[in-house]
Design a protein around this ligand. Sequence first.
Ligand code: GDP
Length: 198
Amino acid sequence: IDFNRARFTLSAPDIRKCPPETGAEVAFAGRSNAGKSSAINALTNNTKLARTSKTPGRTQLLNFFALSDTQRLVDLPGYGYAKVPLAMKRRWEQDLSEYLQQRKCLRGLVLVMDIRRPLQAFDTTMINWAVAGEMPVHILLTKADKLKRGPAANTLQAVRRHLQEARVDDLVSVQTFSALKKTGIDTLKQTLTNWLRH
Ligand code: GDP
């Protein structure tokens, strides 16, 4: 798969307006400001594909990027932004859970977390929803450049241990990543290529 060929195709205001369920897609989710847009841009080698923003809560849409006629990346709304009204937050959570559990062409979920604050409450909820539907999850511990090698490796190990203890390590994998230093891109590409195959 040539990830550099990713092109924006459409924004859907909610899951009922998603494109038809043909082919295969992989979704990216994460707390607002975790580094999701930067990760998508690093993956696709396109600084403008997903908008990086200091205004969390703006991305209230599902954004679809085509990799080929039958393969897509989906940028899901960021979650966990404190200033969003509670009713809107509930709506998003409902939509996210519906999308994860009902979207038949969805092959896997990339969950982006700031390596300095992994596995926050709603991250765990997302993992649980995905696992309940037997949907594979790949965790990106991004902004790894913010930590020294030792602490970064320790966090990776701690997250792995958590997944083993929760008995979800057969469906959930994890890696470190840095959009800034462009590290971890090949590992991410391997996972996505596996998911999007056939
Ligand atoms: P999103 O809300 O999850 O899409 O997060 P963004 O991609 O917009 O990133 C949020 C902030 O973190 C921005 O200021 C980015 O420049 C910064 N950021 C994202 N990825 C990295 C990274 O790998 N390393 C560092 N040092 N900063 C990053």
